[in-house]
Design a binder for this molecule. Structure first.
Ligand code: ATP
Ligand code: MG
Length: 331
């Protein structure tokens, strides 16, 4: 079976539709055909300002949500990144192979450092893609299900693996990004020139744990484009196209069929129907997440089991790597 690794930050507590349609939906689907390792990347979540109590709670809520969405801890290893210290152990070696210049080209750092400026941002925010490379390479993953925005980080991961293999002998599997067609990039409802993100104001971002009234309102208030025809046209009608993409991804109805269905009707009808499609999807996820959180001991037990399985694989990789780079083995 191919091995799959992916991670998601617990920063906002709730995931959003972009996370689900771009990444998490594939996590669930791949469990049937791959050996899957899925983690809540709490260490990535401290690269920007954070609150410790909130982080702990958000980590639990994130894990519960993954299970509620269909990640099955019996079939996949579901764990918390900081429970597997091998990620950071490998990360240091990769940091010493990564070049300052290539890390400087990462557009995510450019985006995320805008507020504080590069000089005021943490070094961790800068080296984040290298830790991400370690997350992936430590499991010898073949595939990484992610959204479109992660393509560049995956390229860096492959470059670092190739460099290590070239210098120290074949050690790492080269991972391929697995980016879904159609819904690889869900756009923000208020600024459809940007990707939907928890880091933008919440009005444009549909969180899975929003109460249904809030999600419906966000969709009804989505920025649409001039004109009134419901047709997909990413260039000239990014707002309407985004709504059609979300509808199609959740309902399974192809976009051309939706265009036919809404022919001669306005944006308002599309929004009204989409609000229903979205609330029908999120309501059970919300309820199930709450149930899982009500039994915290059981949830923590599941995560401990996932971390134990993950460590077996990760520890073997780190042992080989430390040997090959010349670290003296502890007696
Ligand atoms: P931030 O904006 O703070 O980076 P995020 O919302 O991108 O947060 P991440 O934890 O960085 O969340 O990403 C988790 C996964 O969701 C990644 O695989 C990423 O590619 C995917 N993803 C995030 N936003 C979108 C989006 N708008 N459309 C499609 N996929 C997305
Ligand atoms: Mg992101």
């Amino acid at each position: 079976l191919p091995r799959v690794l992916s991670g998601i930050q617990p920063t906002a507590g709730s995931f959003h539709l972009g996370n689900y349609l771009g990444a998490l939906r594939q996590w669930v689907a791949l469990q049937d055909t791959a050996e899957a390792f899925y983690c809540v990347v709490d260490q990535h979540a401290i690269t920007m300002d954070w609150d410790p109590a909130q982080l702990r709670q958000n980590t639990l809520v994130s894990a519960a949500q993954l299970v509620a969405l269909g990640v099955d801890p019996a079939r996949s290893s579901l764990f918390v990144q900081s429970h597997v210290p091998e990620h950071v152990q490998l990360s240091w070696v990769l940091e010493c192979l990564a070049r300052f210049g290539e890390a400087s080209r990462m557009t995510q750092f450019k985006d995320k450092s805008q507020r504080e400026g590069a000089a005021g941002s943490s070094v961790g925010l800068f080296t984040y893609p290298v830790l991400q490379a370690a997350d992936i390479l430590v499991y010898q993953a073949d595939e990484v299900p992610v959204g479109e925005d992660q393509r560049q980080h995956l390229e860096l991961t492959r470059d670092l693996a190739t460099r290590f293999n070239g210098r120290f002998g074949d050690t790492f599997t080269l991972p391929a990004a697995r980016i879904p067609q159609g819904a690889a990039k869900i756009l923000d409802l208020q600024s459809p020139e940007k990707k939907m993100s928890k880091s933008l104001p919440p009005a444009g971002c549909v969180f899975l744990l929003d109460d249904p009234k809030t999600s419906a309102k966000k969709i009804r208030s989505a920025v649409t484009d001039t004109g009134r025809e419901v047709v997909a046209d990413a260039e000239n009608k990014p707002g309407v196209t985004n709504l059609l993409t979300i509808h199609s991804a959740l309902s399974g109805i192809p976009v051309p069929e939706l265009e036919e269905r809404f022919a001669g009707r306005g944006y308002g009808d599309l929004k009204k129907e989409l609000a229903e499609v979205v609330t029908d999807f999120v309501a059970p996820v919300r309820a199930r997440t709450q149930e899982l959180l009500d039994d915290r001991a059981e949830l923590e037990r599941l995560l401990a089991g996932g971390a134990a399985r993950a460590r077996e694989v990760a520890a073997a990789t780190v042992a080989t790597v430390y040997d090959r780079v010349g670290f003296l083995r502890p007696a």
